[in-house]
Write a new protein. Structure first.
Length: 451
């Protein structure tokens, strides 16, 4: 059983219930599980793996609750830069329909690498179209190779333009085939045990791309296997109008009718719930993935996350698709979550510590995990460290190191440890050729967009 030592951290923040913090601290783990945290002088000095955390701020690994890895291939595409969600999707669907398994694998590697460099250790991906032989298997295999803790969503679209949906007909699947392959993915890859590195999520895409029947069948399938379910909901006013026109109700009301509320469900965005719907989401402990950068980029609005948290909803953060954010940097998303709430609610709307908890413990709760999100004996050895002596942190970390992580935007982390394994050290990957991955990714991106 391999041991891991994070040694001599300048500051170590556990984000546990007591907000325990240490200076000059170490963390010792065995077989990917934390055994001890405390003053460096009281912990072992050696282990099979040793990470020097001197002059670093150490914190729990961030948890990403919403992403579309394949969209790293279509960032900043002309024609999509200055439009809102529906027009953005209409412009990109034809490009995405050309996705190949090799391009998809490349996108998973790039997205995972970006996340790991931002201090993210657990990530959920929502891929909802599977053209030209792409499969969820591709994503699982690449995530395992790079070493990120991964929730793979078997997404789907089934209602094309011919039947009143938004996506082109060549981007949708038959519903029976969707259910069959989702069941296969669960049975092949889902690991329900604590400290699992791979879990599977049932994830029909959105009210404007799947049928009510598929939503009902999907939630029934998820609950029969005890896995979580995910979709987009209440992202834009256009979606709200679509639901009222097609279904005769608002998006959250539709979700309630279809059985898509509860502690095994989470919805991406949730920008436009009514006050009553915030109460419904809170009372049912439904999860929400807040994606501030994407909501700003597409002009979708400001999600009422303070009200959602206060009502009892489980709220985490997500970077969303890298074509509606153009980045996969989750620590930056933490910062944007704080700033955007203050735009809508003033300087006291939310604190740096509040949003860090959303990015760690909140995300773990959204994904249904009790083994990540904070640092304590018996928890996963998933953590990251940022240097205090960087240019970005200068003049900030000396005053309040934890707050400086949010206010000062430190850039990439110095190290990231997942399951006790240092995946990033000294700002570089330990076993991943990122330069080669970037070169391959750019070739695929050009080919995909040029057709």
């Amino acid at each position: 059983m391999a041991t891991t030592l994070i040694r001599n951290a300048a500051h170590l923040y556990t984000l546990d219930d007591a907000e325990t913090a240490y200076t000059d601290a170490s963390l010792f783990a065995r077989d990917g599980v934390i055994e001890a945290i405390g003053p460096a002088a009281t912990l072992p000095r050696q282990a099979d793996r040793v990470v020097d955390a001197s002059n670093c701020i150490v914190f729990p690994g961030l948890v990403n609750t919403h992403h579309h890895f394949f969209q790293t291939l279509t960032r900043a595409v002309p024609g999509t830069q200055d439009v809102e969600l529906f027009d953005w999707l209409v412009a990109l669907y034809p490009i995405w329909s050309r996705l190949t398994p090799a391009a998809y694998r490349s996108s998973v590697a790039i997205a995972s690498a970006e996340l790991l460099l931002s201090g993210c250790t657990t990530a959920s991906d929502h891929t909802y179209l599977w053209p030209n032989g792409c499969r969820i298997d591709d994503a699982v295999e690449v995530a395992r190779e790079i070493g990120i803790r991964f929730h793979a969503s078997r997404g789907a679209m089934s209602v094309g333009q011919a039947h009143g949906g938004l996506p082109p007909d060549n981007c949708v699947e038959e519903e029976m085939a969707i259910i069959k392959d989702t069941q296969r993915a669960i049975e092949t890859y889902h690991d329900a045990k604590r400290f699992a590195m791979t879990r599977v999520v049932v994830a029909p895409c959105s009210p404007f791309s799947v049928s009510a029947d598929l939503m009902r069948e999907s939630i029934a399938l998820a609950r029969s296997y005890g896995v979580h379910a995910h979709t987009h909901l209440a992202e834009t006013i256009d979606e709200e109008n679509y639901c009222i026109e097609k279904f005769g109700c608002r998006p959250v009301e539709l979700a309630e009718q279809l059985g898509w509320l509860g502690d095994d469900v989470w919805h991406a965005h949730m920008v436009h719930p009514s006050t009553k719907e915030v109460g419904v989401l809170g009372a049912s402990h439904t999860g929400v993935a807040h994606c501030p950068s994407s909501n700003m980029r597409l002009g979708s609005g400001i999600s009422p996350i303070r009200a959602l948290v206060d009502a009892g909803a489980r709220v985490g953060l997500g970077v969303d698709g890298s074509a509606s954010n153009d980045s996969s940097h989750l620590l930056d998303e933490v910062r944007h979550a704080m700033l955007l709430q203050r735009v809508g609610g003033g300087a006291k709307a939310i604190t740096a510590r509040d949003v860090l908890r959303l990015g760690t413990r909140g995300g773990a709760s959204v994904l249904g995990r009790d083994d990540v999100g904070y640092l304590a004996p018996g928890m996963a050895a998933d953590l990251a460290g940022v240097r205090m002596d960087s240019l970005a942190m200068s003049g900030g970390a000396v005053h309040d190191p934890l707050a400086a992580l949010v206010f000062c935007r430190p850039g990439n982390v110095d190290f990231t440890v997942v399951d006790g394994v240092p995946v990033v050290e000294h700002g570089a990957f330990t076993a991943f050729d990122v330069e080669r991955a970037i070169a391959e990714h750019n070739v695929f991106a050009r080919e995909l967009v040029s057709g």
